[in-house]
Design a protein around this ligand. Structure first.
Ligand code: DSN
Length: 437
């Protein structure tokens, strides 16, 4: 039955179909080792705020400048969320309204670029993101995408090559931040290249924002022009995103403008706000904004710093265990919360097959391309795993070693159904020792 700590009494009475699957999902989440690096378990406080009565409220506009009445409480909530976001990251400006990462990135481009302007992000199959200029995404339809790649040998960022590309292509926007890159990102170097070629610098820190505020990854603040993060990954907040930026647009062209217009043209914070609303979104999800505020407060605690540190320690121990068992890793290891397993020594294009074998064993991960994958994105040769959720459950180095052994033996014997069944029982027993909620 549904966990007594997550009562869904009203749903149970009103909608047995949805209740059934919510119930099953609670059980699933409890019984598996969830290792998708972009997920997390939020606190009960975040869950409450996210499912709160604010769901009922429309609030188009910004605090003090709304298009509706009845704003006395939501204005205060949004102001608190903004102030906490600025404090947490050390940012000059924060917009807490974006619905999620992709619309937030769309808003940034809308604020900074004209259709047809050139953007430069990492290619999706190298570990980038769809919205960083992938050819089937709006970001490559409305803007001209000139992506960079990883070094073929090291599988890491080659800042000299990235600089050369930027000098040659002269993009208007240079994007750093990735979805499957297990190493540290030199945000300062990215910003310096952007300055050199007259581009804006943008960092999409969705995957690592929790590590940044936890002090275990270099920060893109205060120098990066615009920073976006989703709030539901290592930051451990609700599903959503925020945009953080400098107040001033250092590339604004104010030639020929009078003082008032020039001031406006230089106002980067205003450009971001206008792009989010009314540029791209309508009413903000005030329930989610309240949940973001709660998560930001949680992320300012010493406990969260310990959490972030443990996420990275766990990933390192896990990586070592996999390597000790003969499993190959992209870049040979990790500096952050994720590990990208290179399955090519076992078989090309077997990412999906291995992900299914692991799920049969109670370990949930996702298939992923590896840099210069000899197969296709639909049949990739990699597997992406991470430690944010296991760490939230309280697992540490000892458990990582055990889990690393399990993952290795499933990968190396991916067709052994009996082994998967046996491992699933062991996984369940371990999970019972680390309950959540
Ligand atoms: N697809 C998300 C991830 O899992 O990394 C990013 O959008």
């Amino acid at each position: 039955m549904m966990s007594e700590n997550i009562p869904y009494d009203a749903i149970e009475k009103k909608d047995s179909e949805i209740f059934k699957y919510l119930n099953l999902e609670v059980e699933r989440q409890k019984e598996v080792l969830n290792m998708i690096p972009s997920e997390n378990y939020v606190s009960k406080a975040v869950l409450e705020a996210s499912g709160s009565i604010l769901t009922n409220k429309y609030a188009e506009g910004y605090p003090g400048k709304r298009y509706y009445q009845g704003m006395s409480n939501v204005d205060e909530i949004e102001k608190i969320a903004i102030e906490r976001a600025k404090k947490l990251f050390g940012a000059e400006h924060a917009n807490v309204q974006p619905y999620s990462g992709s619309p937030a990135n769309a808003a940034i481009y809308y604020a900074l670029l004209k259709p047809g302007d050139k953007i430069m992000g990492m290619r999706l199959d190298m570990g980038g993101h769809l919205t960083h200029g992938h050819n089937v995404n709006f970001s490559a339809r409305f803007y001209k995408s000139t992506p960079y790649v990883l070094d073929k040998e090291t599988q890491m960022l080659d800042m000299d090559e990235i600089r050369k590309l930027a000098i040659r292509e002269k993009p208007k926007l240079i994007i750093s931040g990735y979805t499957a890159y297990p190493r540290k990102i030199p945000f300062k170097e990215f910003h310096e290249i952007a300055e050199e070629v007259g581009a804006y610098s943008m960092a999409d820190i969705s995957h690592i924002s929790g590590l940044i505020v936890g002090g275990v990854h270099p920060s893109p603040f205060p120098f990066t022009d615009v920073v976006m993060t989703t709030t539901h990954k290592t930051l451990r907040g609700p599903r959503g995103a925020i945009i953080l930026s400098k107040k001033e647009d250092r590339l604004a062209n104010v030639e020929g403008l009078d003082e008032k217009k020039a001031k406006r043209a230089k106002n980067l914070a205003l450009k971001i706000d206008r792009a989010v609303f009314p540029g791209l979104q309508g009413g903000p999800h005030m329930n989610v904004i309240a949940a973001k505020a709660v998560a930001f407060e949680e992320a300012m605690t010493p406990e969260f710093k310990d959490y972030a540190k443990q996420v990275v320690t766990n990933a390192k121990v896990l990586a070592e265990t996999l390597l000790d068992n003969g499993v190959k890793l992209v870049t040979g290891g990790t500096d952050n919360h994720l590990i990208l397993i290179d399955l090519t020594p076992i078989g090309v294009g077997i990412g999906k097959e291995v992900a299914v074998a692991l799920e049969n064993a109670g370990i949930v991960a996702n298939m992923n391309t590896i840099p210069y994958d000899p197969s296709t994105p639909f049949k990739p040769s990699g597997l992406r795993i991470g430690t944010p959720l296991l760490t939230t459950r309280g697992m540490k180095e000892e458990e990582m070693q055990i889990i690393g052994e399990w993952i290795s033996r499933i990968i190396l014997n991916r067709k052994d159904a009996a082994l998967q069944k046996k491992t699933k029982e062991e996984v369940k027993a371990l999970c019972e020792k680390f309950p959540f909620y």
